[in-house]
Design a protein around this ligand. Structure first.
Ligand code: FAD
Length: 336
């Protein structure tokens, strides 16, 4: 069991939690990051590491895993404590500080808390297929870490939203064939991409298997060889495939944070936009987990919230020490 004493506990090490380490560090505040995943980077690392992002200021294009690599470099001077593979559990407030216990029984004491928990402790919604776990991470994947394994292979993709459609389009460049399975005629993804999908069908790169429901999965030693799907009239169809990628969204679970007596709106924390403070003093929320009128769930918005929350946090940690605003060009990188 570790006992850590710091200025700020950051719950969630996605892009926003990572950038918060930098912003806090520049104000001389130490931080400890806690994440339930085994790697840093939140959605960027877990869901789309190889996808290019186009709306990070000053980067014409940057792959999600490169963005996280750069953020890790940027926070190095501030030497944050990092606790991975554990989620935050109990919270106690006394003597002007918080004590948080993690699921691995580590204890962190801090003056303020930043909740940068994205969609909460997340995991994929899995299709209700018997024995699917026998194939998980060998031939069934809920997110894609390495595109190259699909080169010249048959790949079945199921889902009707943006992730399913985006990946079908992107992987069709390298796969032998994509089978696109959805239980309804209508897809929820953005119309422009749905059009692209049907264009690729005409070019025989994608076969649309619509409207079909998943029925069963078959194969040996973790490797799938076929999926059986069923239409509304109970007719079945066999799909011979090397890989299966179900994209049914994420199940999100705020977990114990729900019991921290914070104001929530549809499982998201409401904050005061001016400070990013939640309904509880000294607990801030930033990134996808927070909302206010006009909120945009984007990485760049989260970066700005990390800066706003850090400046307001300083005032809570040092109420008697005025904060003189300085540009980074003036102060350089603060030594901690
Ligand atoms: P997250 O990245 O969700 O990280 C939150 C972290 O908190 C996670 O690692 C989670 O494990 C951890 N956590 C949660 N609860 C706990 C707990 N109780 N204890 C410990 N750890 C916890 N945004 C853009 O700006 N541009 C894009 O082009 C773009 N493309 C996208 C494409 C896809 C396919 C997806 C899925 C998202 C995309 N986004 C994009 C959205 C972007 O990824 C999110 O806005 C961003 O990741 C939010 O960052 P965050 O740090 O707030 O949360």
């Amino acid at each position: 069991m570790k006992k850590i004493n710091t200025d700020v506990i950051i719950v969630g090490a996605g892009p926003v939690g990572l950038f918060a380490v930098f912003q806090l560090g520049q104000l001389g505040l130490k931080s400890c990051l806690v994440d339930s995943l085994e790697d840093l980077g939140g959605q960027c690392s877990a869901l789309y590491p190889e996808k290019p992002i186009y709306d990070i200021p000053a980067f014409k294009e940057i792959k999600a895993d490169m963005l996280i690599k750069n953020l890790k470099e940027q926070i190095k001077p501030f030497k944050p404590q990092i606790l991975l593979n554990q989620s935050v559990d109990k919270i106690n407030e006394s003597n002007n500080s918080f004590k948080i216990t993690t699921s691995k029984n580590n204890e962190i004491t801090a003056k303020c808390i930043f909740i940068a928990a994205g969609n909460g402790v997340f995991g994929p919604n899995k299709p209700p297929l018997k024995d699917i776990e026998r194939f998980e991470n060998t031939s069934v994947f809920y997110n894609i870490k390495k595109k190259s394994i699909f080169y010249d292979k048959n790949v079945a993709i199921a889902g009707g939203g943006d992730s399913a459609v985006d990946w079908a389009i992107e992987l069709s460049e390298i796969t032998r064939k994509i089978f696109f399975i959805h239980r309804r005629e209508k897809l929820r993804a953005i119309p422009k991409n749905v059009e692209k999908l049907y264009d690729l069908q005409k070019k025989k790169k994608i076969e649309m298997v619509i409207p079909f429901q998943l029925d069963s999965i078959h194969g040996n030693n973790g490797m799938i060889d076929k999926l059986i799907v069923r239409d509304l009239n109970n007719n079945t169809k066999e799909i011979n495939t090397d890989y299966f990628l179900p994209f049914f969204g994420l199940s999100t679970n705020l977990g114990p944070i729900k019991d921290w007596e914070l104001q929530l709106e549809k499982n998201i924390l409401t904050v005061d936009q001016e400070t990013c403070l939640t309904s509880r003093d000294k607990i801030f929320a930033i990134g996808d987990i927070c909302t206010y009128p006009g909120k945009l769930k984007l990485i760049l918005t989260g970066f700005s919230e990390a800066a706003i929350a850090s400046h307001n946090c300083y005032k809570k940690v040092y109420p008697d020490k005025p904060l003189h605003f300085e540009y980074s060009t003036t102060k350089g990188i603060k030594k901690i």
